[in-house]
Design a protein around this ligand. Structure first.
Ligand code: AMP
Length: 254
């Protein structure tokens, strides 16, 4: 079983020993409730770095909806075994108070890329994301950090932050892992009923169609999704929908 470290002091001790031995660290930052998408990031880190650290931290500052935070699945015991099997050396699961000694009075903000799409529909979300990722990168000091393309705008913002602040970490993108029917894996999918689960892959199917974004929107609404946005930015088509009170996001290359 990988080591579970929950205190900052314990983590800093462990990290300093790894860094002193000259082993590169790979970071996979997660909010827990691990699934195959997370495990793919861990496996990739395993092949490219010596010490694979999986952080499990349900970051309150990136939730604009308190109900979403409250019902987010929490499965630390299972996460520990899944991450171990996928090749993690250590799970770093700090407490909220230890990661936010400042009570979130210090924030990392981005003002251009973050104002549309997810940023527009989830006020404050990206400040929470960028702030916690900055904290984790500073604490973990990885050579490489792995992020999923499933959260495409987040990935781009983290790449930009690493460049803007000369963080000296390589941000490695990992392709979206999907169910056989195309639904992007997400920790929130467990909240769908059997009927919702059957309908959910229509989101990806519709995004992939080579029609206009207006047609995609209409198609999804006809099928019973509430559409927050469907937009094309550069070579990507990105969307967010709500089905049975479950918010789903996805994106495809165009
Ligand atoms: P989360 O626990 O949702 O914050 O996700 C942690 C990391 O896993 C992020 O970099 C996500 O983009 C990535 N991730 C989540 N779901 C998937 C997926 N289906 N495929 C690839 N990466 C994913």
């Amino acid at each position: 079983m990988s080591e579970l470290i929950q205190s900052l002091e314990g983590w800093v001790d462990y990290r300093d020993r790894v860094l002193a031995s000259g082993q590169p660290i790979g970071l996979v930052a997660t909010m827990g409730a691990l699934h195959e998408g997370h495990l793919e990031l861990i496996r990739r880190a395993r092949t490219e770095t010596d010490c694979v650290v999986v952080s499990v931290f349900l970051n309150p500052t990136q939730f604009n909806d308190p109900k979403d935070l409250e019902r987010y699945p929490k499965t630390l015991g299972v996460d520990l075994s899944l991450a171990t099997e996928a090749g993690a050396n250590v799970i770093f699961a700090p407490s909220r108070d230890s990661l936010y000694p400042d009570n979130f009075s210090y924030k990392v903000a981005e003002t251009v890329l973050s104002s549309n799409l997810e940023g527009e529909h989830r006020p404050g979300h990206f400040e929470g994301v960028l702030t916690v990722v900055m904290k984790l990168l500073n604490l973990v000091r990885p050579t490489r950090a792995y992020f999923g393309e499933k959260d495409y705008q987040q990935l781009k913002l983290i790449e930009g932050m690493a460049r803007a602040f000369f963080l000296g970490v390589e941000i490695v993108p990992v392709a979206t892992v999907r169910e056989a029917d195309g639904l992007a894996l997400s920790s929130r999918n467990v909240h769908l009923t059997a009927e919702g689960r059957k309908m959910a892959p229509e989101f990806h199917r519709s995004l992939k169609q080579t029609t206009t974004i207006e047609e995609v929107r209409r198609d999804l609404e006809d099928k019973g999704f509430t559409v927050e946005y469907v937009e094309e930015v550069g070579q990507r088509r990105l969307g967010a929908v709500v089905l049975e009170n479950v918010r789903l996001i996805d994106n495809v290359p165009i």
